[in-house]
Design a protein around this ligand. Structure first.
Ligand code: URA
Length: 316
């Protein structure tokens, strides 16, 4: 009982801190021990065309902070296993054991080679396996070099490589650099990036502890979404980084990143809220922080997703 109460207090405290961090403190927050209002999950089914332009944040919505009991009640209503869904297209794949060595990592790459017949990572499987055995984040960066493999190179200031902790248990994957990232040469350093930092900190993790990358490493003109051919040229490098880092959990930010990692076209609003499988690694899709800046109503859902990530990491 005492432990339960302590845990409840800890949870509530974390939730309040998170809500304050992301700007919803004392702004229509309604404290009550009833069911949580569910924002309409379908209202913006897909992460809309990603303008990463900064939009003035509108007043946050009323958010009822859920109690543990309300959450438990909701969980009880869910069919067993509904919190861990493997997508049909992924369930057939050979899982990669965490900590597994070169052979397993090459499975990831071989699969991505099949998906992207014309990618720069399209040498023979044997070459790839040899290459990957010596692979490191640095060697991948060196191979990318001053990349001109797609037309995005024309408009970029610099290639924006993934950054963070090479021993990270948690990895975040976004879409492509925006203007701030293009100038600084680091992913997620603009306004959306600052919100991402708060979201990470809200689950008790420092930004320096995680690894952060994008599907594309060059800023698309006008911050448009990368085209499929641009994504498929760049994505293999990120997948190779996933194989090097071997995170326990990956959070994919927004529909574009989720679709590119999980190879589905399901709207992000349907993908989020449950874990998916990427070769044995748990993947939580959630809304992109740039989208949260435009629609703060979705912060509650991101918080729910991040709590699931936090709780899963605690058990691993
Ligand atoms: N949006 C992204 O998807 N990635 C970044 O690095 C910045 C904004």
């Amino acid at each position: 009982m005492l432990e339960e109460t302590k845990s409840l207090i800890r949870d509530v405290r974390e939730q309040v801190l998170y809500l304050q961090e992301i700007g919803v403190d004392a702004l229509g927050v309604e404290w009550k021990a009833s069911e949580t209002k569910q924002p309409d999950g379908n209202a913006s089914a897909n992460y809309p065309a990603p303008e990463r332009t900064v939009v003035k944040e509108s007043p946050p919505p009323d958010i009822v902070i859920p109690t543990r009991r309300a959450e438990a009640a909701r969980a009880d209503q869910k069919p067993a296993g509904s919190r861990m869904a493997a997508l049909p297209s992924l369930s057939k794949r050979k899982p990669v054991e965490r900590g597994a060595m070169i052979e397993d990592a090459s499975v990831v790459i071989s699969a991505s080679k099949e998906m992207n017949a014309e990618t720069p990572a399209n040498d023979s499987a044997i070459d790839m396996e040899t290459a990957i055995s010596n692979e490191s984040i640095e060697s991948i960066r060196a191979e990318i070099g001053e990349c001109t493999r797609c037309t995005l190179c024309a408009g970029r200031t610099q290639v924006v490589h993934s950054t963070g902790n090479y021993n990270a248990e948690l990895m975040f994957i976004g879409e492509a650099p925006g203007a701030d990232e293009d100038i600084k040469g680091e992913p997620f350093v603009g306004r959306a990036g600052q919100l991402l930092t708060k979201i990470i900190e809200a689950i008790g993790i420092k930004r320096e502890e995680v690894f952060i990358g994008n599907i594309n490493r060059c800023r698309p003109p006008g911050n448009r979404q990368p085209l499929p051919e641009e994504a498929s040229v760049c994505r293999p490098y990120l997948l190779r980084e996933v194989a090097v880092i071997k995170p326990k959990v990956i959070v994919v930010l927004g529909a574009h990143a989720a679709h590119n990692l999980l190879e589905v076209k399901t709207p992000i609003s349907k993908l989020r809220g449950q874990f998916h499988d990427y070769f044995g690694t748990k993947v939580m899709p959630t809304f992109h922080p740039a989208y949260l800046l435009r629609d703060p109503h979705k912060k509650k859902e991101v918080w729910d997703d991040m709590k699931m990530v936090r709780d899963l990491l605690r058990t691993m």
